[in-house]
Design a binder for this molecule. Structure first.
Ligand code: ADP
Length: 450
């Protein structure tokens, strides 16, 4: 039985995990870098251990140091959160070998989904519909170009090892192909040390709809419905919602079952997300599977009433899933807005500084704030500049949207440039209210968002 857990992460997600662990009576160990000695997650945990200097590669990514701490403090399990070591198959394996439960899927499932091209090959064999494209090993320029020409433009070049929207380029005509390929490869090499490229048909007006799945070690699997994450900047999500507006019960079931098929194809255990693009005609295409808890998991928690971190811990401990598909209920509507220290007017460039004022809205059953910072904290260059996630819920989308607008109005931050006014303008936009959701939403309406 898990009675002590180490959280190999920082910020809001470390705090979020500690809250559930505490609720379950599990004692908690935080790890932190020199930059985080005063951080909220450190003060919330029962024990905390310094693991290195500020840069993540010297602290939060130091798997050997973190494992040593885990062994020394005799923890039963390690929760990796998202980012950092969460999708590192070698780390999951090392935990296993050290006799420590990794709160996540088996190493082999992480590895199988680690490459977007290998993942597409597996999903194709499993009969999951794919974004049309080429995901083969022959990476010669002329081969890739031929595939792009055959498919027809626009195409999207995508790094197989990619994440966070890096290593991606749209190509609108043949004449641009070579230059874009070189640029995408350079970026992929610099970010991931791997330049293998996929060529995909670029869908011009899709929605990003993803399915939350959960599987246990007894062969059970459920889907906890979908999230619409179409509102993105630079291929990164900023406002998410659940359920996806306009989903028919049939489409929901089809996508849910396709996502479970994807999970079962790799003997998945734990929380996972299968990302699809959805076109206007209701056709959906597998993009990738994320083998961890997602940033946006709270909207799913609000519409199902379930605690996904609790589910993760139960499953990691060998228990069956807390609920079957028939026992799950979808209730109301939830939004999540990601409050970032960034400048929307200057290409969403990350901002740094001291949070001289940080006053979130009052929380209730309708308003939840997941954060890892306090007033007076520094937003540094070292980590992701997310300040908080604002989650709202109500019985209908329209009501939830009013809650979102109200909560954004009641959020006050000073000292650091944030996207708060931008988030408000997105949420208040008539097209958002009408749920005209496409992944190009921000691009399309950019001029009217200031
Ligand atoms: P990453 O892992 O870097 O986040 P994804 O493959 O998840 O990359 O894609 C991120 C976003 O890019 C998607 O949410 C979607 O908006 C856009 N995208 C990806 N593939 C396509 C495609 N074939 N056509 C149109 N948009 C795409």
């Amino acid at each position: 039985m898990i009675s002590k857990i180490l959280i190999a992460n920082r910020g809001e997600i470390a705090c979020r995990i500690i809250r559930t662990a505490r609720k379950l009576g599990i004692s908690t160990v935080a790890v932190y870098s020199e930059a985080d000695s005063q951080a909220l997650h450190v003060s919330m945990a029962d024990e905390a251990v310094l693991i290195g200097p500020a840069p993540a590669k010297d602290s939060y990514l130091k798997s050997d140091v973190i494992l040593q701490v885990a062994k020394r403090l005799r923890v039963d399990a390690i929760h990796p959160g998202y980012g950092f070591l969460s999708e590192n198959a070698a780390f999951a394996r090392a935990c296993d070998q050290a006799g420590i439960i990794f709160v996540g899927p088996p190493a082999q499932a992480i590895a199988a989904m680690g490459s977007k091209s290998a993942a597409k090959t597996i999903m194709q064999q499993a009969g999951v519909p794919l974004v049309p494209g080429y995901h083969g090993n022959d990476q010669h320029h002329d081969v890739l170009l031929q595939h792009a020409n055959d498919m027809g433009y626009p195409v999207l070049l995508k790094a197989a090892a990619g994440g966070g929207g890096k290593g991606m380029r749209q190509v609108w005509r043949e004449a641009e192909f070579t230059e874009s390929l070189n640029a995408a490869k350079r970026e992929a090499m610099a970010s991931f040390g791997d330049e293998i490229m996929l060529v995909e048909k670029y869908l011009t007006q899709p929605r990003h709809v993803e399915i939350q799945v959960f599987c246990d070690s007894h062969g059970n699997g459920v889907y906890l419905y979908e999230r619409d994450c179409s509102v993105q900047r630079r291929h990164q999500k900023i406002i998410e919602e659940a359920p996806a507006p306009g989903m028919s019960a049939t489409l929901r079931q089809q996508m849910g079952e396709a996502a479970l098929k994807a999970a079962h194809a790799i003997d998945y255990i734990g929380a996972g997300t299968v990302e699809f693009l959805l076109d206007e005609d209701g056709r959906f295409y597998f993009m990738e599977m994320n083998t961890r808890l997602q940033v946006e998991h709270p909207v799913t928690e609000k519409i199902t009433g379930e605690d996904l971190v609790e589910w993760q811990i139960q499953v990691a401990d060998g228990h069956p899933l807390p609920k079957s598909q028939d026992e799950l209920r979808l209730h109301g509507h939830a939004f999540e807005a990601r409050l970032y220290a960034e400048d929307p007017q200057h290409d969403f460039l990350p901002a740094t500084g001291t949070l001289t004022l940080l006053r979130p809205p009052a929380t209730s059953e309708h308003v939840r704030v997941d954060t890892g910072v306090m007033q007076g904290d520094e937003v540094s260059v070292y980590y992701d500049p997310m300040i908080a996630k604002l989650i709202v819920w109500d019985t209908t989308r329209e009501r939830a949207l009013q809650r979102l607008l109200g909560a954004l109005r009641d959020y006050h931050v000073a000292g650091v440039t944030t996207n708060l006014p931008f988030l408000y303008n997105v949420a208040a936009h008539p097209a958002f209210r009408q749920a005209e959701l496409v992944t190009t939403f921000i691009e399309k309406h950019y001029a009217s968002l200031f």
